[in-house]
Write a protein that binds this ligand. Sequence first.
Ligand SMILES: Nc1nc2c(ncn2[C@@H]2O[C@H](COP(=O)(O)OP(=O)(O)OP(=O)(O)O)[C@@H](O)[C@H]2O)c(=O)[nH]1
Ligand SMILES: [Mg+2]
Length: 232
Amino acid sequence: MNDELGNRIKTYYEEPARVLLPRKSWVVIRVDGKNFHTFTRTLERPYCRPLAEALDRAAEYLAGEIAGCAFAYGQSDEYSFLLSDFGRDDSRLWFDGSVQKIASVSASLFTAAFHRHYAEPGFAAFDARVFAIPHRPDVIRYFEWRQADAARNSLNMLASHYYSHEALLGKSASEKHDLIHAKGDNWARWPADFKRGRMVRRVADRWAIDNEIPVFPRNPEFLQELVPPPET
Ligand SMILES: Nc1nc2c(ncn2[C@@H]2O[C@H](COP(=O)(O)OP(=O)(O)OP(=O)(O)O)[C@@H](O)[C@H]2O)c(=O)[nH]1
Ligand SMILES: [Mg+2]
C-alpha cells in the first residue's frame, strides 16, 4: 500500500515537476541576497568589505562543491557560477542537471557558508536560479552584463553616499560622476573590486579570489580563456 501510494505521488505529481537542464551546454547558477536592501541597512556604505569577503568565502566554498565549475563572478549581493559537462562523455551535469536540486542546494550551501564567515547579527538568505546558455558568445555577454551592473551599482552606491534619493532622481551616469566630483571624490579612484566585481577561479589546484579583474570587454581574452570551449 505504501509503495503504491509512494509511486502514485511520485509519478502523478513529483516527476512532472522534475525539470532537467540539457547536456553539453554552459550552465549558470546565480545566487542573490534576498532582500539585501534591508539586510545591509546598517552596513558600511558605499562598500562594505566584510560583506564582500563573506560572499567571496561562500562562493569559494560553493565553487568547490559544484561538479564541473569553471569559475564564479560576484558583485553587490550576488555571485554567478559557470559550470559545464564538457570533455567527459561519461560525466553528468551536477545533480544530473536537475533544476530544483541545483537551485535549492546552491542557495542553502551558499547561505550556510556565508553565515559561517559573517559574524554580524541578522539572518541573511539567498535565492538561486539556474539556466543553460547554449551559445558561447552569450556566455561571455552574460558576464559582461553582470559586470556592467557592478559599475552601475557602485556608481549609484557612491552617489547616494553623498546625495539624497530625490537629488539623484533622473540623473544620468555622467551627471552622477559630476556630482561625486563636486564632493571632492572620484569613482575612478575607488578599488577595482568595488567597480568591476570579483572572481573565484582555480589557481594551481585550489580556488582563489581575484580582486583585480579587468573590464571584460576591454580584455576579451580574459573571459575567452576562462569559459570552457565547446565540445567538438
Ligand atoms: N551597505 C551596503 N549595502 C550593499 C552593499 N552591496 C550590496 N548592498 C545592498 O544590496 C542590495 C542588492 O540589491 P538587490 O539584490 O537588487 O535587491 P534586494 O533588496 O536584495 O532584493 P531581492 O534581491 O529582490 O530579494 C543593494 O540595494 C544594496 O542596498 C555594500 O557593500 N554595502
Ligand atoms: Mg538581492
